[in-house]
Write a protein of this length. Structure first.
Lengths: 282, 420
């Protein structure tokens, strides 16, 4: 950034402010809305006139009207996303290792299939799945969501990890063996430290994909047994039929965003290095 | 410190490809041996079999008198420097060098590790970089870290797999002398793989030339240069390469494309009843005839040739003289060219003249060459008909004596600097 002229600096600052406002304004708006009283939603002010926790007690508090809708769905979302992520990462690690290191027939086929699956529009599969799941009893279960989530998370995980593994210098394993390591030591001390950031980044990406899904969540569930948060939000109702549930939805949206923000803030360095290593050099 | 003995080592890959076809080689304790050859000659495979990264299909490998065919790499007590250095990117330079020591859990205390790493770092002038990561180092520094890792291992032998091929020309020269100095100082048996014949000639006590998995000749660099056993070795060793021209025996003379050479009795005996042979003459055995006359040297064969291109290099002047080859030997020479990774370009003589020669391109220049240095090869087998086994042995013996003296000197210097 050194050596930039003042005009250029100002130009960049303006662009940065515009982009930040454009991307962060909706988030800020939801955040502000979540603290408004139901009766003051339509006053037209950006910030609440009276700050209140009402919306949060409504979805989380012991007597909250939306509690039975929100808390189970939060549990479902966390559980389903974590399990789907774990399975996807384990499978993708094995697959990507094979793709990066071994030469076998059908390698390209696997990669193109994975790509094909990932570009398939979700909406075109969801109706047949709905029918099938009802027939075989997977409708409205955790497993019934984990399986389609895998179809979203596995392909991208395989691609990211394969790209990442390809640029690991495998000669290191041999160097470690010559240096006196056993096969297992060579893998653990020379390869795992290099592969870990990639696996980690992939896990985060997979988690966000599962966490953000709406279409499967709303189509393949019917009760709080398996319904994830994004779907549950659609079922929020106001205190009376004349009241919009906007405040409660905003509060729920804020809560759902928190884990994502925390994860990204905690691991942003790994994510950045993982993404650039996997994508750019791979 | 250990001797390495290879006996009829064979490597056959699962797809049936025979990469190494029964190589036998004795590497003495403390000796610096170079494995050299064009790409695909099996030199790297051979090295990887010694270190244990490739299985040995057949034959026996002994290190320090013990058979090690079945031992895992880590049990062979060897240290290897890889072509791309193979440094651990997540570890600092210090930890990279300490890596082999840390693997032997409990054998070294933290103090000992620090002392050994510091010693290696001082040897290689890496003290200032110990806390940096490999990614922040230059190519030459990475190379030295890889060597540091080999030094602390206190291995029985060092193995180098084309260690300098990723460096630029200037650095390569510096690192070459660095490796040579280190080897003499530590006196460790060293096997060094390269395709660069300058490295082979300058570093090696002995050089093993390989071609398509076959060992062609093992000898001191000078013996290889002056007494190659066949066409392949003659063409591979030397830069610019040896000139090969057809030679036709007609009565008392050998007819070359540019001159006629009187046959000596010895040469006639060696030729037998062959009428067409391949003659090899090194570029430096040619000279500008004017320069020869100035120096007042007698003998030799003067001739006139039309010079196509000249290259003035300061110390030498290279002149290129195109000539027509004979169809009977063209096939053999083309095959040789392919074996040597050549491009199959025009047939031309490369002539190294004194730098003050006035020969310029386009001239019909008076040149001269020394037929005593001429080598004659069988056009079919490529065997060197003028090979002098006794002379080659003598050179090797002298070379061996020099090597021992040089190690002795290095040891004395070391002792002197330690006591000082």
């Amino acid at each position: 950034m050194r050596g930039m002229s003042t005009r250029l600096k100002i130009g960049w600052a303006v662009i940065v402010i515009v982009v930040f406002t454009y991307t962060l304004f909706p988030v800020a708006s939801i955040f502000a809305t979540s603290f408004k009283l139901p009766g003051e939603l339509n006053l037209g002010t950006f910030l609440p006139v009276h700050w209140t926790w009402d919306n949060y007690t409504q979805i989380l508090g012991p007597d909250g009207s939306a509690r039975d809708l929100f808390v189970p769905s939060l549990r479902n979302s966390i559980g389903i996303s974590l399990i789907a992520t774990a399975i996807a990462v384990v499978l993708a690690t094995l697959a990507a290792y094979a793709i990066a290191r071994l030469d076998f027939r059908g390698k390209r086929l696997i990669l193109t299939t994975a790509l094909g699956v990932s570009i398939f529009p979700v909406i075109s599969i969801v109706t047949p799945l709905f029918n099938l799941w009802r027939q075989i009893g997977l409708y409205d279960t955790w497993l019934g969501l984990i399986i389609p989530y895998l179809s979203l998370t596995l392909p991208i995980s395989i691609w990211t990890l394969a790209a990442f593994f390809r640029q690991i210098p495998w000669e290191l394993e041999q160097a470690a063996q010559v240096d006196g390591a056993t096969t297992w030591q060579a893998f653990r001390k020379a390869i795992v430290p290099l592969a870990a950031p990639g696996v980690f980044t992939t896990a985060l990406i997979a988690f966000f994909i599962a966490w953000n899904d709406f279409v499967y969540g709303i189509s393949l569930t019917s009760t709080s047994r398996a319904r994830p948060v994004p779907a549950a939000l659609a079922f929020f109702t106001g205190a009376s039929q004349f009241e919009e549930p906007t405040g409660a939805i905003s509060a729920a949206a804020v809560i759902v965003t928190i884990p994502v923000v925390i994860l990204v803030l905690l691991f942003q360095r790994q994510i950045v290095s993982g993404l650039t290593q996997g994508a750019v050099k791979g | 410190m250990a001797a390495i003995t290879l006996t009829d080592i064979v490597k056959r890959y699962p797809d049936g490809f025979l990469a190494v076809k029964g190589v036998s080689l004795d590497i003495a304790d403390g000796e610096f041996v170079i494995l050299v050859g064009p790409s695909g000659c099996g030199k790297s495979t051979l090295l990887r079999m010694i270190v244990g990264l490739e299985d040995i299909t057949d034959g026996e490998l002994q290190i320090a008198g013990k058979r090690v065919n079945e031992r895992a790499p880590r049990d062979r007590k060897l240290a290897m420097v890889f072509q791309n250095y193979a440094l651990y990117p997540h570890l600092t330079v210090f930890e990279n060098i300490a890596f082999p020591l840390r693997l032997q859990k409990g054998k070294y205390s933290e103090d000992e590790i620090r002392r050994k790493v510091t010693y290696a770092a001082e040897t290689l002038e890496l003290q200032d970089h110990l806390q940096r990561k490999p990614a922040n180092l230059s190519g030459g520094q990475r190379q030295r870290v890889a060597m540091g890792r080999a030094i602390v291992r206190e291995a029985d032998a060092f193995l180098f797999d084309e260690p300098l091929s990723n460096l630029d020309a200037k650095l390569r020269g510096q690192m070459r002398t660095e490796i040579s100095r280190m080897q003499r100082r530590l006196g460790t048996t060293t096997v060094y793989v390269t395709h660069d014949q300058t490295e082979a000639m300058t570093l090696g006590d002995r050089v093993a030339v390989l071609r398509k998995g076959d060992l062609q000749q093992v000898a001191s660099p000078r013996a290889l240069y002056e007494h190659p056993v066949n066409l392949f070795v003659a063409g591979f060793i030397g830069s610019p390469p040896m000139n090969f021209v057809p030679g036709e025996v007609q009565g008392d003379v050998m007819k070359l494309p540019f001159a006629e050479v009187p046959l000596t009795d010895d040469l006639r005996r060696r030729l037998g009843d062959r009428t067409l042979v391949i003659v090899g003459i090194r570029p430096e055995h040619f000279e500008d005839h004017a320069v020869i006359q100035q120096q007042g040297r007698a003998g030799g064969v003067p001739f006139t040739a039309s010079v196509d291109v000249t290259e003035w290099l300061g110390s030498d002047l290279y002149a290129y003289v195109p000539f027509e080859t004979r169809p009977e030997v063209a096939g053999k020479l083309e095959e040789l060219d392919r074996d040597l990774d050549g491009e199959g370009l025009r047939t031309q003589l490369v002539v190294a003249l004194a730098s003050d020669s006035r020969v310029r391109d386009g001239d019909d220049a008076p040149l001269w060459f020394d037929p005593a240095k001429m080598l004659v090869f069988d056009p079919e087998s490529g065997e060197n008909l003028t090979y002098d086994a006794d002379a080659a042995r003598e050179i090797d013996a002298q070379n061996e004596k020099d090597r021992k003296a040089s190690i002795e000197r290095a040891k004395k210097r070391e002792a002197a600097s330690a006591s000082a």
